[in-house]
Design a protein around this ligand. Structure first.
Ligand SMILES: [Zn+2]
Length: 179
């Protein structure tokens, strides 16, 4: 059975903790992936990092529709739902020089959105749910999402890319829509 976990809201200090690599993909880690997936779906998110539920492990889930007009170069790591990714110990091994602004939001800063400029494609090396090494090139919204989620594992939020004034304002506004 999967569990919907409570999501931490900024400025919770646990969101600033740097997560540690997973040593072994065992049943406990697989269970956590399933709970993260269930939580992401229940909260209508497109990505969720373990940091956001207060677990400092380098794990994230993502469910962004792939852009089918571009070949995503998905070398490995395909599962029954190719848009759903279980990602452990991610490492960005390549990033495009081309930057793009994407309007980002975050379940930990509920109801708030702001444009963030990032590389428009990245190649990520990671372990999948089966503990197998994968390398996937993410494009467009998937690229923005995976970079946003990897930032979470380093204790970073999308609002950190904004001015201090704007950041504080979004944190204040997020308190009012706090679940
Ligand atoms: Zn987020």
């Amino acid at each position: 059975m999967m569990t919907v976990l409570p999501i931490l809201v900024a400025p919770n200090p646990l969101l600033r903790k740097k997560a540690l690599p997973v040593q072994e993909v065992d049943s406990q880690i697989q269970r956590l992936l399933e709970d993260l997936e269930e939580t992401m779906i229940a909260e209508d998110g497109i990505g969720l990092a373990a940091t956001q539920v207060g677990i400092p492990k380098r794990i994230l889930v993502m469910n962004v529709p792939a852009n089918v007009t571009v070949n995503g170069e998905q070398i490995e790591g395909m599962n029954s739902n190719p848009d759903l990714y279980h990602i452990i110990n991610p490492e960005i091994v390549w990033a495009s020089d081309t930057l793009v602004a994407c309007n980002e939001g975050c379940l930990s800063v509920p109801g708030q959105y702001a444009p963030v400029i990032r590389p428009d494609s990245v190649r990520v090396r990671y372990l999948n749910k089966a503990g197998k090494f994968c390398e996937t090139t993410f494009l467009n919204l998937q690229a923005a999402c995976v970079q946003h989620e990897i930032d979470h594992l380093d204790g970073k939020l999308f609002i950190d890319y904004l001015s201090a004034l704007k950041r504080d304002m979004l944190i204040r506004k997020a308190q009012k829509v706090r679940r």
